[in-house]
Design a protein around this ligand. Structure first.
Ligand SMILES: NC(=O)C1=CN([C@@H]2O[C@H](COP(=O)(O)OP(=O)(O)OC[C@H]3O[C@@H](n4cnc5c(N)ncnc54)[C@H](OP(=O)(O)O)[C@@H]3O)[C@@H](O)[C@H]2O)C=CC1
Ligand SMILES: CC(C)(CO)C(=O)C(=O)O
Length: 306
């Protein structure tokens, strides 16, 4: 299949590199010093699942240079989704699939407003990592899940073909019948994790080993779960235990991607995580004091400090 990665950062770089190494055609859309490094020295993945160096990649800041593709992996941060949705027009045919990976619940809707819902396959990624220096993606655990599904549920020939194409070494794709349930499950987790990790400058090990901080994390999750259920999200009855199981399975040094962004002075996704839970809670009449506090503490950094 012919892929394009819109936003070849941590996730886009990782998945795009694995797909390219397996023989797929992959065009990377990047910018700034990272694009310069991709052009000069290629893309390097440092990963417990095996390092990879692609010394030549097709990289540009202009989607027209890549042209129409079968699949666009939309891997920009939430705050860039609306602009990226407009920018990818030259890479779309009528039947191009656009897969999202953003934390939170709003990216598929924002994307669909511009490109149309029929293009969009909402996705959920569980893969801790960051761009550690231009041209280098550091993968911080062996989690590499990319779940996706059809917007309206069930399956389709195109979703099955995509699953097959993405089943390559270093990737664990899964097609789900109800991708929205997984988006909400991750949203419950990530609103709590990113808020506590970033506000407290804490990695996952510190959150797990400090009872008061563990309780804070659970309180934030309970608020997010209440909002999810009021929104009729079909999350499992034991969603919080499942999330905690995932939290305890990750290496102690993993921290939320939002903490990495905060430390780099980059924009952070707080409006799309704790802020979105608090906003929906207000609309639904559900109290969200912990999520609102996390949002308030982090909101000053939403646009970054760089
Ligand atoms: N990192 C992680 O551990 C995880 C992240 N996620 C989610 O995945 C999404 C992507 O995160 P992540 O990979 O960390 O983000 P990154 O910041 O590493 O990657 C996004 C990249 O897209 C680039 N970009 C944005 N807009 C454009 C544009 N118009 N043209 C060219 N390049 C562009 C950014 O450039 P620039 O840096 O200049 O802005 C950046 O290099 C987020 O929504 C996050 O919530 C989900 C699971 C795990
Ligand atoms: C929890 C983690 C690292 C795992 O995917 C994540 O999604 C993030 O911090 O953005």
């Amino acid at each position: 299949m012919k892929f394009a990665v819109m936003g070849a950062g941590a996730l886009g770089g990782y998945f795009g590199a694995r797909l390219a190494a397996a023989g797929h055609s992959v065009g990377f859309i990047a910018r700034g010093t990272h694009l310069a490094a991709l052009r000069d020295t290629g893309l390097r993945i440092v990963s417990p699942l095996g390092d990879l160096h692609l010394d030549r990649v097709t990289a540009s800041d202009a989607p027209a240079d890549i042209g129409p593709v079968d699949v666009v992996l939309l891997a920009v941060k939430n705050g860039d989704v609306a602009d990226a949705a407009k920018a990818i027009a030259p890479m779309l045919r009528d039947d191009t699939m656009v897969v999202t990976v953003q934390n939170g619940i709003t990216a598929p809707e924002i994307l669909a407003e511009t490109v149309g819902q029929h293009h969009v396959l909402p996705g959920v990624a569980r893969i801790p990592g960051e761009i550690s220096e231009p041209g280098v993606m550091m993968h911080n655990s062996d989690n590499n899940a990319l779940n996706f599904g059809e917007w309206s549920g069930g399956t389709s020939a195109r979703a099955e073909a995509l699953l097959q194409a993405m089943t390559v070494p270093g990737m664990t794709p899964q097609r789900l019948d109800d991708i929205w349930a997984d988006l909400w499950t991750k949203f419950i987790m990530q609103s709590a994790f990113s808020g506590v990790s970033a506000a407290g400058r804490l990695d996952i090990g510190q959150i797990r080993s400090t009872p008061a901080t563990t309780e804070l994390f659970w309180s934030a999750m309970r608020e997010a779960e209440a909002v999810a259920r009021a929104e009729a999200a079909q999350v499992p009855d034991d969603v919080l235990d499942r999330v905690w199981g995932f939290m305890t399975s990750m290496p102690a040094t993993v921290r939320a991607s939002m903490l990495d962004d905060l430390r780099k002075g980059k924009p952070i996704e707080v409006d799309f995580l704790s802020g979105e839970i608090a906003r929906r809670g207000r609309a639904l009449g559900i109290p969200t004091p912990v999520q609102s506090t996390l949002h308030g503490l982090l909101r000053p950094y939403a646009k970054g400090m760089a």
